[in-house]
Design a protein around this ligand. Sequence first.
Ligand SMILES: NC(=O)c1ccc[n+]([C@@H]2O[C@H](COP(=O)([O-])OP(=O)(O)OC[C@H]3O[C@@H](n4cnc5c(N)ncnc54)[C@H](OP(=O)(O)O)[C@@H]3O)[C@@H](O)[C@H]2O)c1
Length: 284
Amino acid sequence: MTSHDDATAAAAFAGPGGSGAAAAGSETETAAGPAAAAVGASPRAALITGGSRGIGLEIARALAADGFALTLSARSPEPLEAAAAELAATGAQVIAVAADASEPDDLDRLLAAHEQRWGRLDALVMNAGMGHGSLIAETPLRRVDKHYTLNVRGTFALLSSALPLLRETAASDPRGARVIALASLAGLMAEPGLAAYSATKAAVVSLCEALCAEEGANGVSATAICPGYVDTDMAAWKHDEIPASEMIKAADVAELAVSLTRLSRNAAVPVLAVHRAGGGLRGA
Ligand SMILES: NC(=O)c1ccc[n+]([C@@H]2O[C@H](COP(=O)([O-])OP(=O)(O)OC[C@H]3O[C@@H](n4cnc5c(N)ncnc54)[C@H](OP(=O)(O)O)[C@@H]3O)[C@@H](O)[C@H]2O)c1
């Protein structure tokens, strides 16, 4: 299978997400909200990967409305800056940092920019992810590697690098610090044609459980949110079977994410399954 085949598969499942990879090395601290200079007020701060559209942007909107200062990240600078500008226009404090979440060096640069700007990390939202649909028998290992590199390795790298700041924040705030990872219902139950995606999302679930077990006593916990089909670019390929109007709303996922940040540090929620009403037994 050629790289063209992978690009086609990406368009089928992941939407046009790959277009901005070349620009991902450039940090673009852009839109800052009116109150951005008032860091001394020390608002709670969140870092969101894959924040330029879809579920990530919806979570950003919800966290901003709840008073969080934000670091927003994705690969393509232009949509990222547009998203940051939209949030800033509502009064949100936000910086935008273009970064590829599959590149550990990019992730370290992203985290450093966040820490330098906000000095704390109350919510780490690891939302960037990819999915290419194909049967196991027809899936080249190269495609498995791509899934693994972003969905698992990149997620692990960001979590590991962010832990010191998460712990430090949790030590100074009775609410603790939260990690919120976008896994998938496909990571909890198999769907034919999504094996590579499902396997990596199952790994994200496991990573969140492990984080809860290791860091709960430090006030840091993680939640793998596992939705069925959500109405975003990524799920557009499924519209023949499930109309957009019947899919889970990105705002539903955002509501859950914000709710997690309001819990006391005593409540750990390792996994949240979000079924699609009317989706039958699987609810995908
Ligand atoms: N939509 C669903 O049905 C569904 C269901 C369950 C779980 N999920 C999960 O939810 C998460 C978000 O999905 P979505 O539906 O909101 O997708 P989406 O609408 O396609 O948005 C994807 C976002 O991630 C960014 N992104 C993609 N690859 C990236 C990379 N390598 N590094 C950094 N940013 C990257 C994109 O911007 P750039 O392209 O500019 O980087 C964009 O901001 C994913 O992890 C997905 O697996 C989605």
